[in-house]
Design a protein around this ligand. Structure first.
Ligand code: ARG
Length: 461
């Protein structure tokens, strides 16, 4: 049998493979709420503009509400013959209310309909991420404030570099998440234009009111060009770009948690709630959640590259290629949601092992730069010479198997005669971090001020 939507032009129905490659209902049923909201707004507008009778409008809106409940309660029979969510709902509407259902699609096409549904879905996902990122930032701020004075090693090349505070480290992730939040909001603001009414590609001759439907559906304004509207998936690409960057940040944090929770580091203890055991080794506590957060960019980056590749080179306006936009965006939404929730939970629950951090902070001659800076400040040496003298001090300490602060004053003086007793005060890890008061530096007072500024910023938005 030929198609119930466009059978007029067709003598026979589709090949089984045609049906299989064409059907998107298995995944786009996820858009049912958006599809029904869009149809209700469209029907209301058509009636206000005298294009649809009030009776038909009421029948349509009532029928759509029945369908919404059927789907929400799992009582709706989705059909692959009916291809996608739009036609599944419209066909069911016809079963429920008869011929009036056929008037709903006046001045509309599936092309603007799907652009609307998908955009609404991405928009609400991003609104969810605004809230999720805020919670993540708050969990990090709690840790930063509690550990403004907790000294740990800062690394470059994963080699001990200079002491920092754990509070400063946590705030580094606050900065990243803060940029993610701002990217999320930028994207939301750009996608705040309603596609409905672009119709197939050229607009419509019916006297519709696109401003009315835009407002009813929570958009700032309607889109301006009908051709662009049905061709545009920038909003999905921007979401995926945001998601890829955000997931990258989360995966870096996750990697640090994996490393830091090893017995060798022992900087953090994960809660039982975010760890798993081993079926054979009774002693094991594995950071599986952190590992999965670390892995999520695999899927999310894949989704971004996939959609960029689908869209590149597509002629205007709509092509069926664009149906391949949804599955991976849905997967990216779910993946990022889980990664963000798991990262927030892990940060909130994990114990910072301050003595392990502090002990490690002193390893690896981490205050060597402080010694060199002292020679510049107190003995007037050029930094390059101070660097050289300090290098010899490190070599001497390494030879003796001790830290820099354990060299005797005589040994120090042998390296440079201008060195006095005063040098020892800069060689502790606490003195080192306290001295880093430059704007954005790791000094505990900086950490407290920066955390406070973030709290105020979050309270304002
Ligand atoms: N299921 C389709 C999609 O996701 C809806 C739009 C179909 N439009 C069309 N002209 N065939 O893209």
């Amino acid at each position: 049998t030929s198609n119930e939507m466009w059978g007029g032009r067709f003598a026979s129905g589709p090949d089984a493979i045609m049906e299989e490659i064409n059907a998107s209902i298995d995944y786009d049923k996820r858009l049912y709420e958006e599809d029904i909201a869009g149809s209700k707004a469209h029907a209301a507008m058509l009636a206000d503009r005298g294009i649809l009778s009030a009776g038909d409008r009421d029948a349509i809106i009532g029928g759509l509400e029945t369908i919404r409940v059927e789907i929400a309660e799992g009582r709706f029979a989705f059909s692959r013959q009916r291809e996608d969510i739009h036609m599944n709902i419209e066909a069911r509407l016809a079963e429920l209310i008869g011929p009036a259902a056929g008037r709903l699609h006046t001045a509309r096409s599936r092309n603007d309909q799907v652009a609307l549904d998908f955009r609404l879905h991405v928009k609400s996902a991003l609104e969810g991420f605004e809230a999720g990122l805020t919670a993540f930032i708050e969990a990090l701020l709690d840790k930063a404030e509690a550990h403004a004075d907790t000294v740990m090693p800062g690394f470059t090349h994963l080699q001990v570099a200079q002491p920092v505070t754990y509070g400063h480290h946590a705030l580094a992730y606050v900065e990243m998440a803060g940029r993610d939040l701002s990217r999320c909001r930028d994207a939301l603001s750009r996608m705040d234009e309603c596609p409905l009414g672009a119709a197939a590609l050229a607009g419509t001759g019916f006297p519709i009111d696109r401003h009315q439907t835009a407002e009813a559906l929570g958009f700032r304004e309607p889109t301006r060009n009908s051709l662009d509207t049905v061709s545009d998936r920038d909003f999905a690409l921007e979401f995926l770009s945001f998601a890829a960057i955000c997931a990258t940040h989360l995966s870096r944090l996750a990697e640090e948690i994996v490393i830091w929770s090893t017995p060798q580091f022992g900087f953090v203890k994960l809660s039982d709630a975010f760890s798993t055991g081993s079926s054979i080794m009774p002693q094991k506590k594995n950071p599986d959640a952190a590992e999965l957060v670390r892995a999520k960019p695999g899927r999310i980056n894949g989704a971004l590259i996939s959609l960029l590749t689908v869209m590149k080179g597509l002629p205007l306006s709509y092509s069926k290629d664009m149906q391949e936009d949804k599955e991976q965006v849905f997967d990216a939404i779910d993946s990022l949601n889980l990664a963000l929730a798991a990262a927030t939970g892990m940060v909130r629950d994990m114990t910072i092992v301050t003595d392990r951090m502090k002990a490690a902070a002193g390893h690896g001659f981490s205050t060597a730069t402080d010694l060199a800076d002292w020679l510049v400040r107190e003995a007037g040496l050029p930094f390059r010479e101070a660097h050289h003298v300090t290098g010899r001090a490190v070599a001497r300490a390494e030879e003796k198997g001790v830290g820099l602060a354990d060299l005797t004053l005589d040994e120090m003086k042998a390296l440079h005669p201008a060195i006095t007793d005063g040098v020892y005060s800069v060689l502790t890890v606490e003195a080192s971090v306290a001295s880093r008061t430059s704007f954005g530096g790791t000094a505990p007072d900086n950490v407290r001020a920066s955390a406070k500024a973030w709290r105020e910023k979050l309270a304002k938005t």
